[in-house]
Design a protein. Structure first.
Length: 230
């Protein structure tokens, strides 16, 4: 078991670093599953993403220092916002939503950039005010914060029916893999990032603008209306 854990997470079992890496990988794994569900416009995807934040950033913050809440709270607010935003769309089946795919706009790109910067800055706050010499912190650390922030920022776009943020989430996975490869990455971390990349591309492909006649009719709504004519 110890050897398997060492192989997956590149850390000895039982250490704090190993726990953090394992929880972070679990969070990314659940995010990949959430993306697969959201690709099908399924409300359950947001619940899985909430679970991903609890399994990763939130547990890490509660176990290893409350300053981690600066990252965990914004990450948690995003799927909550997604649930609220998806509730505005008509139900299709038990958990599906008839999400109208919106075209790319310059304003959505600007908002995506702003949200990414704000989330990355919130994640960096504990480090900025830790008293450490910021110049001694490797650039890969700051890049990882930015690339990770692309995921919740992209999910905000997905919540609003935008298709292009799926490619941003996919790019985030690629960028993180590139950064991690220079730092002896854990095999499990790389594997879940590959899942995130594949799920994002699947979401981008699935969120093509479908013609109106391709969507299910009102009779497929859940729960069915008792007032609907036979």
């Amino acid at each position: 078991m110890d050897q398997l854990f060492q192989s997956l997470f590149n850390q000895p079992l039982g250490t704090d670093t190993a726990t953090i890496v394992a929880l972070d990988s679990l969070g990314v794994l659940l995010t990949g599953i959430a993306l697969l569900l959201l690709a099908r416009r399924n409300d359950l995807g947001w619940w899985i993403q909430i679970l991903a934040v609890f399994a990763g950033p939130l547990v890490i913050a509660l176990q290893f220092g409350f300053d981690g809440l600066f990252k965990a709270v914004p990450y948690l607010l995003v799927p909550i916002y997604g649930l609220w935003r998806f509730s505005k769309y008509r139900l299709r089946g038990k958990f599906g939503r008839s999400v109208d795919v919106k075209p790319f706009t310059a304003s959505s790109l600007v908002w995506g950039f702003v949200i990414t910067v704000l989330i990355a800055f919130a994640s960096a706050l504990p480090t900025i005010f830790s008293g450490l010499d910021l110049g001694s912190i490797p650039a890969s650390f700051w890049l990882t914060l930015v690339f990770s922030a692309l995921v919740p920022a992209g999910l905000v776009g997905v919540a609003n029916g935008l298709r292009w943020p799926w490619l941003v989430i996919a790019a985030s996975a690629v960028a993180q893999v590139i950064v991690f490869f220079g730092n002896q990455p854990a095999l499990a971390t790389l594997a879940v990032l590959v899942l995130q990349f594949g799920a994002s591309l699947f979401g981008w492909w699935s969120w093509r603008q479908l013609p109106a006649e391709a969507t299910q009719d009102d009779s497929a709504e859940y729960p069915p209306s008792p007032y609907q004519e036979a």
